[in-house]
Design a protein around this ligand. Structure first.
Ligand SMILES: Cc1cc2nc3c(=O)[nH]c(=O)nc-3n(C[C@H](O)[C@H](O)[C@H](O)COP(=O)(O)OP(=O)(O)OC[C@H]3O[C@@H](n4cnc5c(N)ncnc54)[C@H](O)[C@@H]3O)c2cc1C
Length: 440
């Protein structure tokens, strides 16, 4: 019986487990090694908002893992891979032999390297344990400073505001969401936040965090000091690759994988935030530290570990976030400097579109609009579909150049939905995780 060892119980690891069981119904050995229990980081903002309890954060209970015949080593860290002997070495010295190994150890948050960054009431918001600390410690009307105005920071803004925090967001770069929207989009979002009482300070570099009368005093290289009761550092993440460095696995920003999620070493696969795999738009390899890529990679890796020959065309970079009822999304090569960009802003409401064309293909898009506007919701999905499928829109290009808001007709006329339907990950419908059963 083949033995699959999976390292990491996040989205990539869990999707690999369910896919393996979907395919082999229990006909292999699965060992899960993970520092943390299986849960989804993506739902932590809802936990912070107190709209879900802790039990809803977990993706699998120990009894469900036992039902799926998964042997677990939760709370243990992988430390080294001996690929010649096909062994995984655990922290503390244990060893596990494998036939196939999946590395799905995700990424870790980085804190701004300033004095005081490790002090009391200065937290990252990445793990469940960090989320527990922040959630429990957050008082109504607490003054909260969020350092970093990127995607992760924006995923928690709603929760912080809804819990009554008085918010200041500080960004080193000259605009908010610098890796998600351009200058025009960022200006609309900044205005939206200001109108809702969120203070935003851009082009501001944190230099130290000091203690003052039981609160925190933030010092900057430019601009006035800021007092806060709680500081959240959302200043970037880094793939957890360090422990794999002695293994002979090829690494760039992440672990390099091919279109089967294979590394350069036979029988070793990587998936999710840690993997640098094909990007569907550019064809180049990239780390896409987002949930859909973790899910896709996990399923592809598992299918190949199970003995299938399953390739994927690449993952799509996409970031979608709702901030105080303003929907912000970007897809693919949204900042491609060599693409032709068609954009428009509505004069009467916060609404922005940008479509980036290379030839007849939309390679990237940015959309901004009120969450409750039907056209925003529909168009987010349609723009994603256009970028993901790469359908030929040559006949519609001129129309979209002058009317970037009118994507619906182009989407339908190009038969995009039909192309999307054929793009199931494993080439057939998947079984919901709760319905996967082991043969007796
Ligand atoms: C607050 C927040 C909100 C987010 N919102 C979104 C969103 O709206 N949309 C979106 O697409 N993405 C979102 N993300 C990002 C998304 O959660 C990640 O892309 C996703 O979790 C990646 O899954 P993964 O399985 O690769 O890694 P992870 O989920 O990070 O899992 C890694 C696993 O590996 C384990 N591990 C690490 N090192 C070791 C080791 N040496 N030995 C053993 N185990 C180890 C960890 O304990 C963990 O179980 C959000 C993230 C956060 C923190």
């Amino acid at each position: 019986m083949a033995r699959h060892v999976i390292i990491g119980a996040g989205t990539a690891g869990w999707n690999a487990i369910t896919t393996l069981r979907e395919l082999d119904k229990g006909g292999s050995e699965i060992i899960l090694v993970s520092e943390e229990a299986p849960y989804s980081r993506m739902v932590l903002p809802y936990y912070l908002a107190q709209s879900i309890g802790e039990s809803h954060v977990y993706t699998a209970s120990s009894s469900r893992l036992a039902e799926l015949k998964v042997e677990t080593r939760i709370g243990q860290r992988a430390e080294q891979i001996d690929s010649a002997a096909k062994k995984l070495v655990l922290e503390g010295g244990g060893e596990i032999e494998y036939d196939n190994l999946l590395i799905a150890t995700g990424s870790s948050p980085l804190k701004a390297p300033v004095p005081g960054a490790d002090g009391d009431n200065v937290h990252s918001f990445w793990t469940l344990s960090q989320a527990q600390t922040v959630t429990a410690g957050l008082r109504k009307e607490a003054r909260v400073a969020v350092i970093g105005a990127g995607f992760i920071s924006f995923t928690i803004l709603n929760a912080l505001v809804n819990r009554g925090a008085i918010l200041t967001v500080v960004e080193l770069e000259s605009r908010i969401l610098p890796r998600m929207v351009d200058e025009t989009g960022a200006t609309i979002v900044e205005k939206w936040l200001a109108e809702r009482g969120v203070v935003v300070r851009t082009a501001t570099k944190l230099s130290a965090i000091e203690d003052k009368n039981g609160a925190k005093l933030l010092k900057f290289e430019n601009g006035p000091d800021l007092e806060a009761d709680l500081v959240i550092m959302a200043t970037g993440i880094r793939p957890n690759i360090e422990w794999t460095r002695s293994s002979g696995i090829e690494i760039n920003s992440g672990i390099l994988v091919d279109d089967h999620c294979r590394t350069n070493i036979p029988n070793i696969f990587a998936a999710g935030d840690i993997a640098e795999g094909p990007d569907i738009v550019t064809g180049r390899k990239a780390v896409h530290a987002i949930e859909p890529t973790a899910m896709l990679h996990g399923r592809i890796a598992a299918a190949n570990m199970a003995g299938d020959d399953t390739a994927f065309a690449g993952s799509l970079l996409m970031n979608i976030v709702d901030v105080l009822d303003l929907e912000i999304a970007s897809f693919g090569a949204w900042d491609d400097p060599e693409a032709e960009a068609f954009e428009a802003v509505q004069p009467d409401r916060p609404a922005f579109r940008k479509l980036l064309f290379r030839g007849g293909r939309v390679v990237g898009a940015v959309i901004l609009g009120k969450t409750r506007d039907i056209w925003t919701t529909n168009d987010v999905g349609m723009l994603k579909g256009l970028v993901y499928t790469g359908v030929d829109l040559s006949d519609w290009k001129d129309h979209l150049r002058h009317n970037p808001f009118d994507v619906k007709r182009a989407f339908l006329a190009a038969g995009t939905a039909g192309q999307l339907l054929s793009k199931t990950v494993l080439g057939r419908p998947s079984v919901p995780a709760g319905e996967i059963a082991i043969s007796s």
